[in-house]
Ligand binder design. Structure first.
Ligand SMILES: [Mn+2]
Length: 389
């Protein structure tokens, strides 16, 4: 029986520009975060005694990567002492002026370029074929150039591209599960999409996503894979485990503030949303929604919270409250609805005059006011966005 253990990552995007505006040296800090995420990967390689590392494209940004980052990369990669196999992606393509061609990489690095895509490591009994990018965009790849699997070896294909998606106008090396399956390899190491995927129809295909999320469209878990393969009597089995590598986490939340009577109440609702989150790790973007007549100064509100947070921004997409007095006169369903709720509120107010301390009546009045807002919203736009969703 033969075994192989390796780590599979992709889409680091070292020295990404980070265009969203934060405080102070925000972008510099975020670029350091990417380095730290990569260090987390290398630490895992060492801790697990993995036998190689696969980097499936977009290791760095072709236009913005700095020499100091490449020097740092040289240092940390040479320290892992196991083979590191890299394919160029659409952000670091194998161009004439690519760092892949014009820089001395550590001895343990093998770049699987379009003109040199195959690599066999006999010590590990592994055969790797890499399908990287030579330009910023590429259409359907020619899979007929992929050599057949090597007998009694672990056969791994590295691809930076799109699996099982119909992107007619956005072709980044589209391939299908069926096409890959027919090649007969044991593991398809994907890269390109920044969200982790281990549930492709092709059970041997895995996409690690970006180890450090790069923007508010990259919420949720971010990491890489540790892969254990065994080869026994011509049959290969794989065990894939994901691990977290990210330094920070993006949160893009909507908060309905319908019913808030004061700014303090709005702040309380925001605080509720922040419960359990960490100011140093979690990057927050909150969009206030719903209906209100409060005058919301988002700059002042943002400032109220942002001091403790690495990134914190509040946006206001609320709408003005309904003009109840106007709608009451309306002969349509809306008017009838408002008149009905208002008559119920009026009778509760009558009872409250007799029994002003009755909390139950107060609560019922609150409920009716909310019901009026949500009901009008439903009649107005055909749908309701529920609070706390
Ligand atoms: Mn990428």
């Amino acid at each position: 029986m033969k075994t192989l253990k390796f780590v599979h990552c992709a889409d680091l995007h070292l020295d990404a520009p980070f265009k969203e505006i934060g405080t102070g040296t925000y972008a510099d800090t975020r670029r350091k975060d990417i380095r730290e995420a990569f260090s987390n990967i290398l630490d895992r390689v060492k801790a697990e005694k993995a036998q190689m590392l696969l980097i499936c494209g977009d290791l760095y940004e072709h236009y913005t990567v700095g020499k100091s980052t490449l020097d740092w990369l040289y240092m940390v990669i040479s320290q892992v002492e196991v083979p590191v196999l890299i394919i160029p992606g659409n952000h670091d393509p194998y161009l004439i002026n690519s760092w892949y061609r014009n820089w001395e990489w550590p001895k343990n690095v093998k770049i699987l370029s379009p003109d040199n895509p195959s690599h066999i490591i006999e010590d590990l009994c592994v055969n790797v074929f890499g399908m990287g990018f030579s330009s910023f965009r590429e259409d359907k790849p020619d899979l007929s150039i992929v050599p057949p699997p090597v007998k009694d070896h672990f056969n791994i294909m590295m691809i930076h591209g799109t699996l099982d998606m119909d992107f007619t106008n956005q072709a980044y090396k589209p391939v299908t599960s069926k096409e890959l399956e027919e090649l007969g390899y044991d593991y398809y190491a994907m890269g390109h999409f920044h969200r982790m995927r281990d549930d492709y129809p092709l059970k041997k295909a895995f996409n690690p996503g970006s180890p450090e999320p790069l923007g508010f469209d990259e919420q949720g878990f971010h990491g890489a894979f540790i892969v254990d393969m065994t080869l026994e009597q011509g049959k290969t089995s794989i065990k894939v485990e994901r691990f977290d590598t990210s330094v920070r986490t993006y949160h893009d939340k909507n908060l309905d503030i319908t019913g808030c009577k004061t700014i303090e109440e709005v702040k309380m609702r925001i605080l509720g949303l922040l419960e359990g989150l960490r100011p140093d790790r979690d990057l927050m973007r909150i969009t206030l929604t719903g209906r209100t007549d409060l005058s919301l100064e988002t700059d002042i509100l943002t400032e109220f919270f942002s001091e403790d947070w690495f990134y914190f921004q509040i946006y206001n997409e609320t709408q003005k409250n309904f003009d109840i007095e106007e709608i009451e006169k309306d002969p349509s369903l809306k008017g009838a609805f408002v008149r009905e709720i208002k008559s119920r509120i009026d009778s509760i107010e009558e009872e409250l005059k007799k029994d002003p301390e009755n909390m139950e009546l107060e609560k019922e009045k609150e409920r009716l006011l909310l019901a009026m807002n949500f009901g009008l919203e439903a009649l107005h736009s055909g749908r309701i966005e529920w609070q706390n969703e």
